[in-house]
Write a protein that binds this ligand. Structure first.
Ligand code: NAD
Length: 297
């Protein structure tokens, strides 16, 4: 029988990549497409990667404190974790270090365990930004209306600042959230002008593009946060909801002749960047996108 030491010596001699365990911590994550994107990309690169769902809603015996979940993953030798709703902010005090992006955004969706340290990153921002760059080249960025200033909306607004939007108007049914995000983005510097509109005021605007960063449009929350009667064919419309990919808003925008961007862009490119952080290797973004799309069909 071959011992584990012999197997490891053989792997090392052949230059085999270390096996990795990654996890996703969140609630209601059973249908996440992220595990398969990571596992298939690693396999294509010749690495064994196990991606474990740590779904707090499914723990035997009920909820566990987040600190206990992070400790357990670190002790069990996980290389890293993705963090999703509702823990992206709560995880911050449990970490040793934050990347510049995570610090600026104030939320973490990726944790890397390295040399006894826990380093927090935010790949949602770069995910939205890269998805937008890839799929909406030439889109007018003079005035963007963003509806939703929650966990994901914060990353989206930072992405628009990096993309060079001139004026960003933020609307949220929770005014305090819209105000907080306005202050945060205004503090980023640069030429961007950020203002806040309430839900009535936003109807009077004629932006170049609108993005839905609310959960409205999800299968479990049908409808649209932006009245479809306001759509004009020359507008572009983005949605970050991706269950379903074709939300009511995107379907109406498409019918009107608008350019549209579904939530898949952000979902794929946040995973692309996280893969790089977990493994130290560059993934094939098109291959990860194809894996994501294969799950749609
Ligand atoms: P959240 O609950 O943190 O924030 C949602 C915000 O929308 C809240 O501030 C809320 O007040 C506001 N809102 C809700 N209904 C509204 C309405 N009708 N009009 C105006 N404002 C309204 O949620 P989140 O974590 O930001 O997630 C939002 C959506 O984005 C979810 O559907 C989530 O699945 C999706 N998401 C997608 C990706 C991706 O990669 N594509 C990543 C993260 C989240």
């Amino acid at each position: 029988m071959t011992s584990q030491t012999e197997i490891m010596a053989k792997d090392a001699a052949e230059g085999a990549l270390d096996d990795l365990i990654i996890g996703l911590v969140g609630r209601g994550i059973q249908r996440s497409r992220t595990p398969r994107m990571h596992m298939q990309e690693a396999a294509a690169q010749g690495q064994r990667l196990i991606y474990q769902l740590l779904d707090v809603d499914q723990f035997p015996g009920g909820d566990r404190p987040l600190a206990q979940i992070i400790d357990a993953a670190e002790i069990c030798g996980f290389a890293g974790l993705n963090i999703t709703f509702p823990y992206k902010i709560d995880v911050i005090p449990l970490l040793d270090e934050l990347s510049d992006n995570a610090k600026a955004i104030g939320a973490v969706n990726t944790v890397v365990f390295k040399d006894g340290r826990r380093i927090g990153h935010n790949t949602d921002k770069v995910g939205f930004e890269e998805g937008f760059r890839q799929n909406m080249p030439g889109a007018a960025l003079g005035h963007v209306l963003q509806i939703g200033a929650g966990g994901a909306g914060v990353a989206v607004a930072h992405a628009f600042a990096s993309l060079g939007v001139k004026r960003l108007t933020i609307a949220d049914s929770d005014h305090a959230r819209a105000d907080a995000l306005q202050a945060q983005i205004a503090g980023v510097g640069g030429d961007i002008v950020v203002d806040v509109a309430d839900l009535d005021e936003m109807l009077a605007l004629q932006p170049d593009g609108v993005v839905n960063a609310t959960p409205v449009g999800m299968a479990k929350l049908p409808g649209t946060a932006y009245p479809v009667s306001q759509l004009r064919p020359e507008m572009w419309v983005a949605d970050i909801v991706y269950f379903p990919l074709e939300t009511e808003l995107l379907a109406a925008a498409r019918a009107k002749g608008c350019r549209v961007l579904p939530g898949s862009g952000m979902a794929v490119y946040q995973a692309v960047r996280a893969f790089e952080l977990f493994t130290g290797r560059r993934p094939d973004a098109d291959r990860m996108k194809a894996t994501f799309e294969a799950m749609t069909s």
